[in-house]
Design a protein around this ligand. Structure first.
Ligand SMILES: Nc1ncnc2c1ncn2[C@@H]1O[C@H](COP(=O)(O)OP(=O)(O)OP(=O)(O)O)[C@@H](O)[C@H]1O
Ligand SMILES: [Mg+2]
Length: 384
């Protein structure tokens, strides 16, 4: 507990008691957290001293979630359940993630998340309000993101849910890229996010996107085997080929994952979808041959857009996505270049009332696909 207090509450290093520092170093050695502690020192040296996470007692969080009642459940991921809660002390609405695993490895990932999110601050990263490490309990308290995850808006939508329009999609893509740029280019040393996917892009009012969960995933490949295989399964489809084959992680692996997310945003398809027909299970494998022929670009637009997108903008967004998912990591752009391109695209507001609407062909929700989907699209008007 004292180690948590040390990182979470006090950033005045000179006032730390010597015994506390000793405890920090031995625990960090045990948990192999040295790179993070070095990063903490670097960031503090640079003056970005914003450690602001609070500690919570378990009881406070139980009260906030009405004892973790099912109707407060927001979702469940590989690390545990996420509940919506209201903090009694401040009345603030929060999202509380309860880690359901015990042991050293779970503890280590918890520490990584707390440290990372305590040190890294950006408008496109989710804000960690605090944490609880009472006994065996490990909970993380985040700002509540009212629109849920990008995944909730792209895939398996209930019929009454509003579809994301083109402008919202470009805004989300540009904001997520900015969050990644912060991790790659502003954090010192750079942070490889490693778990970029639609469920980890959370949305605030006006579809303002924030990356979440990068701390938990970042440094945690060992330990509980079930958990590791779950993670691998969970990120299957987003993982750069060289990372999947060699385990070697670079900033360009994140750029690849970003490209997959961007493709999902444009096409409305999932990174992996086994319900699709042969040759369409893997989004990148499906998209690669289409990238080679500009005339096929309009086939790639999400049918849910109902043709309401700018042709030139679609081409440009697809060009960015295709560069990001190149096989060769060196051929992929830097995230800073992706930010420049997507910020430009997000600034070009599309108005279906004054700009042309493309003809489109609504695909059936489930396979098998017997119709020739391209028939209607070939007739689509191409501006460019
Ligand atoms: N801060 C938050 N505000 C609102 N909803 C959230 C917040 N954090 C998570 N959620 C919701 O809880 C769900 C589960 O999140 P969680 O991060 O545990 O799992 P995941 O992202 O689906 O999978 P993984 O464990 O692989 O990251 C999310 O999909 C989202 O809908
Ligand atoms: Mg997540």
């Amino acid at each position: 507990m004292s180690w948590f207090s040390c990182i979470g509450k006090s950033h005045k290093k000179s006032k730390e008691k010597p015994e506390k520092r000793k405890e920090e170093s031995s625990l960090s050695e045990k948990l192999k957290l040295k790179p993070l502690l070095d990063m903490k020192k670097e960031i503090l040296k640079d003056g970005a001293d914003h450690i602001s996470a609070q500690t919570f007692a378990f009881r406070e969080l139980a009260v906030a979630t009405k004892n973790f009642r099912n109707d407060c459940l927001l979702g469940e991921g590989g690390f545990g359940r996420v509940y919506k809660g209201r903090l009694e002390s401040t009345n603030q609405i929060v999202a509380i993630k309860q880690l359901d695993r015990n042991g050293l490895q779970g503890n280590r990932e918890f520490l990584v998340e707390v440290l990372m999110l305590s040190l890294l601050h950006h408008p496109n990263l989710v804000n960690l309000i605090g944490y609880c490490a009472d006994g065996d309990q490990r909970l993380l308290v985040y700002e509540y993101m009212p629109l849920g995850s990008l995944e909730d808006h792209l895939h398996d939508l209930p019929p009454d849910k509003k579809r994301l329009d083109w402008n919202a999609r470009m805004k989300i893509a540009a904001g997520a890229a900015k969050g990644l740029e912060y991790l790659h280019d502003k954090a010192n040393p750079p942070v490889i996010y490693r778990d970029l996917k639609c469920s980890n892009i959370l949305l605030g009012e006006g579809y303002h996107p924030k990356l979440s969960d990068f701390g938990l995933a970042k440094l945690g490949p060992v330990g509980d085997k079930t958990h590791v295989s779950t993670r691998v399964m969970g990120t299957y489809g987003y993982c750069a080929p060289e990372y999947a084959m060699t385990g070697q992680l670079t900033l360009k692996s994140d750029v690849y994952s970003f490209g997959v997310v961007l493709l999902e945003i444009i096409t409305g398809r999932k990174a992996i979808d086994n319900s699709k027909g042969v040759g369409e299970h893997n989004l990148v494998a499906w998209a690669r041959p289409l990238f080679k022929d500009r005339r096929k670009f309009q086939q790639m637009a999400d049918p849910m857009l109902q043709g309401q997108y700018p042709t030139r903008g679609l081409y440009q967004a697809l060009a960015v996505a295709s560069m990001c998912v190149q096989e060769q990591p060196t051929m992929r752009p830097l995230v800073a270049d992706v930010v420049t391109a997507l910020t430009y695209l997000a600034a070009q507001k599309y108005d279906p009332d004054s700009q042309p609407v493309q003809s489109f062909h609504l695909a059936p929700a489930t396979p098998p696909r017997t119709r020739n989907r391209t028939a209607g699209l070939r007739k689509a008007k191409v501006e460019d």
